[in-house]
Design a protein around this ligand. Structure first.
Ligand code: PEP
Ligand code: MN
Length: 328
């Protein structure tokens, strides 16, 4: 495909006329931060240098890839001052599955910061399989999360479930999480992109790598500053582990596509005893970091207690992983 990036939306009308005159069939794609023309591959052949010479054209990309913006993303990202990706130290994200109370998140923020995490995670809006399960404390939990993170100089990762909540989640989060269940929710991907923050994009349970990358393309096209991919396991057939962690996808994204991937071993296997081994595997395969659920009392957690790493194990695990670096 050919993608023409404009300097400003103001040039769109004139440029469209020129492109049509050249026999191109084009569609205007209006992102929040950038405006593009997508050129239909079945239209006339055209000299790319001519397109580049048109006044108002910033860039012309020709690629067989359906996700050129993701392909062009730098291999090291800056997430509110935290480097993530190639050449950066491993990025550690930790916190509870759900934010259960203000005191809980305060307590865990201190522990997680001491353990060496750069990001505090915690769900205020929870995507639960059962409508009877705890759904999260919503907006008030966002405030608890932000306050706790600020007190311990942590960055915030939290999930947005609904387009209507994007502005308030974006106000709180340094990294907006799109959950596995919503990887295919294109309205939400666009809306999260428009918040102009970095996005942590979880892989859908049954998503191919290409579908996952294209979901990232939606976020970038609509204004996201960056996309970090999060492998959290795909559906397998064996119930000993909750999901099947796809280490091959981690190696492919990291080594071949040079994209930052964070692995979430908690959701991948659903059991705390395997988290250290899978975290090592993740970094050895090239992951830029790990995201781990932890809890002050896993047996009493309102969600995902079985996959919460006990607090006293988080620091030693991160210390060990830090020495592994990126593995290449
Ligand atoms: C989570 O990280 O809290 C979560 C719900 O994860 P996933 O979308 O991977 O199930
Ligand atoms: Mn969870």
């Amino acid at each position: 495909m050919i993608l023409i990036t404009l300097q400003t939306p103001a040039e769109a009308k004139l440029i469209r006329q020129r492109l049509i005159q050249e026999g191109l069939w084009v569609r205007l794609l209006q992102g929040e931060r950038q405006t593009f023309f997508w050129v239909d591959p079945s239209s006339a052949k055209v000299d790319l240098d001519y397109l580049r010479s048109l006044p108002g054209v910033a860039e012309v990309i020709e690629t067989p890839s359906p996700h050129p913006l993701i392909d062009k993303q730098p291999s090291q990202l800056d997430v509110e001052g935290i480097p993530v990706g190639f050449g950066a130290p491993p990025c550690f994200i930790a916190g509870p599955c759900s934010i259960e109370s203000e005191s809980q998140v305060q307590f865990l923020a201190e522990k997680v910061a001491k353990a060496g995490a750069a990001f505090l995670r915690g769900g205020a809006f929870k995507p639960r399989t059962s409508p009877y399960a705890f759904q999260g404390h919503g907006a008030k939990a966002l405030k608890w999360l932000r306050d706790a993170a600020d007190q311990y100089h942590l960055k915030v990762v939290t999930e947005v479930l609904d387009t209507i909540d994007v502005p308030q989640v974006a106000e709180t989060a340094d990294l907006i999480q799109i959950g596995a269940r919503n990887m295919y929710n294109y309205a939400l991907l666009k809306s999260a992109g428009r918040a102009e923050k970095a996005v942590l994009l979880k892989r859908g349970f049954s998503a191919t790598i290409e579908e996952w990358l294209s979901a990232g393309e939606y976020c970038l096209m609509h204004g996201a500053k960056a996309v970090i991919f999060c492998e959290r396991g795909i559906r397998g057939f064996d119930s000993n582990t909750r999901n099947l962690i796809d280490i091959g996808a981690v190696a492919l994204l990291s080594h071949v596509k040079k994209l930052p991937v964070v692995v979430d071993p908690s959701h991948a296997v659903g059991r705390r005893d395997l988290i250290p081994a899978l975290s090592r595997a993740a970094l050895a395969a090239g992951a830029a970091g790990v995201m781990i659920e932890t809890h002050q009392s896993p047996g009493e957690a309102l969600s995902d207690g079985s996959q919460a790493l006990p607090l006293n194990e988080v620091g030693p695990l991160f210390a060990e992983l830090r020495h592994m670096g990126r593995g290449f």
